[in-house]
Design a binder for this molecule. Structure first.
Ligand SMILES: [Zn+2]
Ligand SMILES: [Zn+2]
Length: 221
């Protein structure tokens, strides 16, 4: 992006202060759009979608669309840093938090099976932002098994800036599994899954990640 590009997030002069939007952004909802999503990403691009009372969300006193309520909630205190905020269309932060919650029971069991009396398990409550050597961001959460001497095992889930449909599972610095969650695949193909199909595909995806991680842990210990 050029440093001299137009500033974003400003109304052109003479424009009405509030665009006339007659509908909530939720497909099929005729609700009166009261709320405008307050999300502005690290490049200064605003979401500006409109939502009725039922389909918007409030986080710490601000109104957001549901996607950005998820992003702000996932980043927690880090959302105060504009450099931590993913692009408006990027689902990385909230996806990492979803997967972390779903995988937590399995990963906790795996790490507890490796743990000695002197170890303790450290979990993250918020999504963190890390950068690679080239400066590209990734959003990640981790589990750590720590002894008094330091962190013995670190497992992390990450979604990179370059592709927000792929989740990477690392053991230490090494990627041991990566893939696209099945509900994202289904949406791309335009498929609507039944609740049973969705649950089964999630179960298989999490089992696939768990299997690769188990193998990698066995090889590393
Ligand atoms: Zn609505
Ligand atoms: Zn939004």
């Amino acid at each position: 992006m050029s440093e001299h590009s137009e500033p974003v997030g400003q109304q052109p002069s003479g424009a009405a202060p509030t665009p006339a939007v007659a509908r909530c952004g939720e497909p099929g909802c005729d609700g009166w759009p009261l709320e405008v999503c307050a999300y502005v990403d690290s490049r200064g691009t605003a979401c500006r979608t409109h939502w009725c009372r039922d389909h918007g969300a409030t986080v710490r006193g601000q109104s957001y669309c549901r996607r950005h309520a998820g992003t702000i909630g996932a980043l927690g205190s880090k959302a105060n840093n504009p450099r931590a905020l993913p692009d408006v269309g990027h689902r990385g932060a909230s996806l990492v938090r979803w997967l972390y919650r779903d995988l937590d029971p399995t990963f906790t069991r795996l790490l507890e099976s490796l743990s000695s009396d002197r170890d303790h398990l450290l979990r993250d409550n918020e999504v963190a932002v890390a950068r690679d050597e080239g400066g590209a961001r990734r959003w990640e959460m981790s589990w750590k098994l720590a002894s008094p001497a330091g962190v013995r095992v670190r497992i992390s889930l990450a979604v990179e800036e370059a592709d927000d449909s792929i989740v990477l599972v690392r053991l230490g610095d090494e990627v041991v599994a990566s893939g696209t969650p099945p509900w994202i695949e289904a949406r791309r193909r335009g498929e609507r899954l039944s609740d049973e199909e969705d649950a089964e595909q999630r179960r298989q995806f999490y089992a696939f990640i768990g299997d690769y991680l188990t193998q990698a842990l066995q090889q590393s210990t």
